[in-house]
Every structure is written in structure tokens, then in C-alpha cells.
Ligand binder design. Structure first.
Ligand code: OSB
Ligand code: MG
Length: 372
């Protein structure tokens, strides 16, 4: 494939319900949509789902925009390729910047799978027809407000609920949800908010008796030894998210016993190629994985659904319907969860959800157009 044109669009969508994590609160999201085209005019789409501010990871929308324009797009326009994994190998020369790379990698997989006439899930080696969908619920101003949100999504059919926690917002709200829903598949995510091992140990150990599927990212991304020490004291599995940006970090985390479950996130790993490799590595070691999200718009969400169709994704994924987040998504058909399952579009080549190109172009806050 020879990519002759790379376009990018900054798109903003308002959230239907404000979302708060241990680090910050959001009422809208701005992501970058990447469109690549080959000599025949065939196109592929990708999404850069970076947060606007450097609280989840070091990248921001601004750094992604710069790295895409100055490094990734020129690299893609320079040489032809046979398979998306080749592009991923070339991009590895550029350090870090995984969210930006993921946008390019997804676009290459979309273009390539379309050229084969294959749905993206098939191109990746997926098997599932539907994906069990979980919701991720933010920190709410009150426990009553949180219980309302949980009840609403349980009634909506979601098979698993994840609650954001932070020091001071942990045992009480989590116990309240457990009391209201004794059988619910429930897990928590701290986004690294517990900063002192001994100071925070009691709060984390208290969560061990609530019957959680897992505790996600209790400590800072680099604190793998602390995570290993905590895992040794808990029955509840620890799942790592922010800590795992590469296969090397994955191997380190597993050899330290820092987790028993891995959140494989396409954006954080640098794309579908890397996410698939992480899934392989975990499968070989018997470590279960699930697919996390970054509140993706339809393009990135479709990529998450495709990767979650691989056999090792055994826990419910954060691939809720986009109506949980946005009034109107930028793709059609929109991604929907029905009775707690999201369908994998096996009947369509590529991502399987068409981008509303006219709207993306008309509403873009900024755009970029580079040619070979
Ligand atoms: O830690 O999983 C996370 C959203 C933004 C940043 C980090 C995270 C999240 C979520 C939302 O939990 C998952 C989703 O896309 O539904
Ligand atoms: Mg997380």
C-alpha cells in the first residue's frame, strides 16, 4: 500500500454526563481523527483519543497534533508497506507518543483490511460475534448520585460496572453499590491515585472484602514493585492500565507479580498492532485481558470492539454504546450495547462504521492536509 495523503481533523463532542476521575473532571472531549488515502483513492480512518491534559499519560492533544504533523505523517508518506505491522515497526523509532501512533496504526488497519475485503475483527484474528460490554462510571458528587448512575446502567443491561475511586472516595461508595447490587460484576479503577504504600494500604486492603472482579491501577504507573507487594497481600486481582505502555513493561509487571489481569488499551499501547501483541503475550502466560477505553468517538470505539473480539479478552470490556457518552457520534451506524453486548460488525470490511465525513470536515476545530 502506498499512502499518498494524510489528513487530520480536531473534533469536539460534548459529554451527555460529566465524567470525573481521581485526577480531573470533563464535560467535553476533543480527539483527532486521521484519514489516510492510497493512490486509488481508498481511505482508512483512525482516531487519536488522547486526553487534552497530561493527567492520565504524558501526551496531550497538542503533542499528538505536533508529532503527527512532524514525524508520523511524513514517515507514512515516505515508503509503501505490505501490512500495518510494518508501519508499527517503523514508528517504533519515534519514542513514546503512543496515542498519536495509535491513530495512524488504526487508519492503516482500516485501509488494509478494506483492501482485503475483510472486517477488521477478522484481519486481527478475532473470533467473537459479540463483546460483553461494561460501563465505567466516574466519581459523583454524592453516593446517592452514584447509586442512581449504577441503577440506570444496570437497568440498561450492562453486564459489568466499573467505579472510579480515589483516597476518600473508596470503601463507602463501593460498599453502597455492593449492598444495592449483591450479584453485580463490579470492579474499581484508581488511576494511580494511591501515592503512599504504607499510608494507603489499609484503604486498599479494605476493598478486598467487597467481592470485586479486580482493582485497577492503584499506584502510579512506575510503581510496579509497590503493586507487586500489594498483590501479594490481596485475594482480589490487581489489573494494570497506565503501567503497561509496551511489551517490555508488560513482561516486567508480570515477572514482578504486579498484576493478575491486564487492561489492553489500543490507544495507550500505540495501536492495534501492539494491542494484539500484548494479548498474545498474556494468552501465552494464562493472564486474562479485557479492552479498556478512553471515551473514544466511533472510530476508536470500533477499533476497540474489533480487538476485543480476540479470544483472550475474557473479562467484560469498557466498550459501552457511544450513547452513554455522546448525543450524536461521528459514525453510522453508531455503536450500541444491546442487553450488555456490543455486536462485532462481521458483515462489513474495515472498521464497519462509516465516518460522517461531511460533518467531521465542517465541524473540525483545525485540520491538516499532507501529501506525498
Ligand atoms: O483509566 O480506564 C481509564 C477514561 C479516560 C481515561 C482513563 C480511563 C477512562 C475510563 C473510561 O475508564 C473507559 C471508557 O472509554 O468507557
Ligand atoms: Mg483505567
Amino acid at each position: 500500500m502506498r499512502v499518498v495523503r494524510v489528513e487530520a481533523f480536531r473534533a469536539r463532542l460534548a459529554l451527555v454526563h460529566e465524567f470525573e476521575t481521581s485526577s480531573h473532571r470533563k464535560s467535553y472531549l476533543e480527539h483527532v481523527l486521521v484519514r489516510i488515502a492510497d493512490e486509488s483513492g481508498a481511505a482508512g480512518w483512525g482516531e487519536i483519543a488522547s486526553p487534552s491534559d497530561p493527567y492520565y499519560c504524558a501526551e496531550t492533544v497538542e503533542t499528538c497534533w505536533l508529532v503527527l504533523a512532524q514525524y508520523l505523517a511524513p514517515l507514512l508518506l515516505k515508503e509503501p508497506w505490505e501490512h500495518p505491522s510494518q508501519v508499527a515497526r517503523r514508528m517504533a523509532r519515534i519514542r513514546g507518543n503512543h496515542f498519536a501512533k495509535a491513530g495512524v496504526d488504526i487508519a492503516c488497519w482500516d485501509l488494509w483490511s478494506r483492501s482485503q475485503g475483510w472486517p477488521l475483527a477478522r484481519a486481527l484474528g478475532g473470533e467473537r460475534r459479540t463483546i460483553p460490554a461494561g460501563v465505567s462510571l466516574g466519581i459523583e458528587p454524592t453516593v446517592e448520585g452514584l447509586l442512581e448512575q449504577v441503577a440506570k446502567h444496570v437497568a440498561g443491561g450492562y453486564s459489568r460496572v466499573k467505579l472510579k475511586i480515589s483516597p476518600g472516595w473508596d470503601l463507602d461508595p463501593v460498599r453502597a453499590v455492593r449492598a444495592a447490587h449483591p450479584e453485580l460484576l463490579l470492579q474499581v479503577d484508581a488511576n494511580g491515585a494511591y501515592t503512599e504504600f504504607s499510608g494507603h494500604l489499609a484503604a486498599l486492603e479494605a476493598l478486598d472484602d467487597v467481592g470485586l472482579l479486580m482493582i485497577e491501577q492503584p499506584f502510579a504507573p512506575g510503581a510496579l514493585c509497590a503493586s507487586g507487594r500489594l498483590q501479594a497481600r490481596l485475594r482480589t486481582p490487581i489489573c494494570l492500565d497506565e503501567s503497561i505502555e509496551s511489551l517490555g513493561e508488560l513482561e516486567t509487571a508480570l515477572s514482578l507479580g504486579a498484576c493478575r489481569i491486564v487492561n489492553v488499551k489500543v490507544a495507550r499501547m500505540g495501536g492495534l498492532t501492539a494491542a494484539r501483541e500484548a494479548h498474545e503475550a498474556c494468552l501465552a502466560k494464562g493472564i486474562p485481558v479485557w479492552c479498556g477505553g478512553m471515551h473514544e468517538f466511533g472510530v476508536g470505539r470500533a477499533a476497540n470492539v474489533a480487538i476485543a473480539s480476540l479470544s483472550g479478552f475474557t473479562y467484560p470490556s469498557d466498550v459501552s454504546g457511544s450513547d452513554k457518552y455522546f448525543k450524536r457520534d461521528l459514525v453510522s451506524p453508531p455503536i450500541r450495547a444491546v442487553k450488555g453486548e456490543v455486536a462485532v460488525p462481521w458483515g462489513e470490511p474495515g472498521l464497519g462504521h462509516a465516518v460522517d465525513e461531511e460533518r467531521v470536515r465542517a465541524e473540525a476545530l483545525a485540520s491538516l492536509d499532507l501529501r506525498a
